[in-house]
Design a protein around this ligand. Structure first.
Ligand code: NAD
Ligand code: GLY
Length: 359
């Protein structure tokens, strides 16, 4: 198993990356001590991996239960979050309970938020089972639910005690979800690591085909970059915002269409193309960068145009973004490959870009 360390002082933890972690008998890293474990998962992932995790945790905890939430981004909301609290309270789980998030980013973000707030905070472990969750959402301690008016608007920074990425669990992922995860993989190149972007351009088909060596390398590199960024700016005072490349446009797509219509990664992919064009129009990147990114997205099976919501509707949704300051939307833009900046842009230019790149 490869380990990536997230250095955050007394909140530091490791991300373990390996194959067959859920099923093989190999010993795991130390798990948090607790009186009980609640595995929070969903109705899709529970039948695939719930029993294997449960069996393993029974060796560590006197009591282990599984709670399967309804599946989907549309359920990343208060009523579904409350199902976790209802189960914990109705079944007498105390403050020494450890929560295990088994699933993709939706389960991870909700379980993390439940852990941050149940009895003012209980430990939690992330077991991400989507590519997107392994390369991004399970690491770094952002937890949240959506509000009808905006994506991830209600949440907390709360770090897990451990993240375990079982690459073998990606075998059961639908191809559309693999592509969505690749959007978050691709983003790390332009924002932080030009060499990784070049590697992706040479190897994207291997990732689409889920070749184990390529997946292991990509997941580890993404986690290393995320570790460096989060280690430097845990609560997004500045640098961490670069991880939101493509997300300002992407969140507008998700909110505008209704959560769950486009996958988060799909919305980010189209959003990155818009942010690339905006970077070019503002003179931060040479012409050709946007097309280069489009080609990579297309090879990954990702969209390169946003839905036609209209420039004004995009702007309206983007104003609810958490990076907005005093009403000014701030965009993550690329200023030289491997380097991102966060800047406002004139509304009329943003509308032009959105109109050009939606279909
Ligand atoms: P998801 O959690 O909805 O999972 C995608 C689908 O795959 C679901 O239907 C799920 O049930 C299914 N699934 C999960 N694992 C599977 C497996 N191994 N085999 C078969 N099916 C499986 O979506 P996601 O893309 O993982 O995460 C998206 C969410 O993550 C969004 O809500 C986004 O806001 C959030 N996110 C958070 C952060 C963060 O830093 N906290 C970062 C990026 C994204
Ligand atoms: N995915 C954005 C962040 O973790 O900050």
């Amino acid at each position: 198993m490869k380990n990536v360390h997230i250095g955050l002082g007394d909140r530091s933890y490791n991300v373990g990356i390996g194959v067959d972690l859920l099923h093989a008998a190999a010993s795991w890293p130390d798990l948090p001590v607790g009186t009980a474990a609640l595995i929070v998962t969903n109705t899709t992932v529970a039948p695939l991996y719930g029993a294997a995790l449960s069996e393993r945790l029974c060796r560590h905890y006197p009591r282990v239960e599984v709670l399967a939430l309804p599946d989907g981004e549309a359920h990343k909301d208060w009523p579904t979050l409350n199902l976790i609290f209802d189960h914990l309270l109705a079944n007498g789980f105390d403050r020494k309970t450890v929560l295990f998030a088994l699933g993709g980013g939706v389960v991870g973000d909700m379980t993390g938020f439940a852990a941050a707030t149940y009895m003012r905070g209980v430990p939690f472990v992330q077991i991400p089972t989507t590519l997107l969750a392994q390369v991004d959402s399970s690491v770094g301690g952002k937890t949240a639910i959506n509000h009808p008016q905006g994506k991830n608007m209600i949440g907390a920074f709360y770090q897990p005690e451990l993240v375990l990425c079982d690459l073998s669990s990606l075998a059961t992922l639908p191809q559309r979800e693999v592509a969505a995860g690749l959007a978050e993989v691709i983003k790390y190149g332009p924002i932080y690591d030009e060499a990784f972007l070049v590697w992706l351009e040479a190897n994207i088909e291997r990732l689409v085909a889920r070749e184990p060596e390529a997946l292991a390398l990509a997941v580890a590199r993404c986690c290393e970059i995320k570790a460096a960024v989060v280690g430097a700016d845990e609560r997004e005072a500045g640098l961490r915002a670069i991880l939101n490349f493509g997300h300002t446009f992407g969140h507008a797509i998700e909110a505008g269409l209704g959560f769950g219509v486009w996958l988060h990664g799909e919305a980010v992919a189209a959003g990155m193309v818009m942010a690339a064009e905006l970077s070019e129009r503002l003179g931060l990147m040479p012409t050709g960068f946007r097309l280069r990114l489009e080609k990579l997205n297309q090879r990954a099976g990702l969209p390169v145009r946003g839905p036609k919501l209209g420039g004004t509707e995009y702007l309206q949704h983007m104003r609810v973004d958490k990076k907005t300051e005093a009403g000014a939307i701030r965009f993550v833009l690329i200023h030289g490959l491997g380097h991102a900046v966060v800047k406002p842009a004139p509304d009329d230019l943003v509308v032009e870009v959105v109109e050009q790149l939606s279909a």
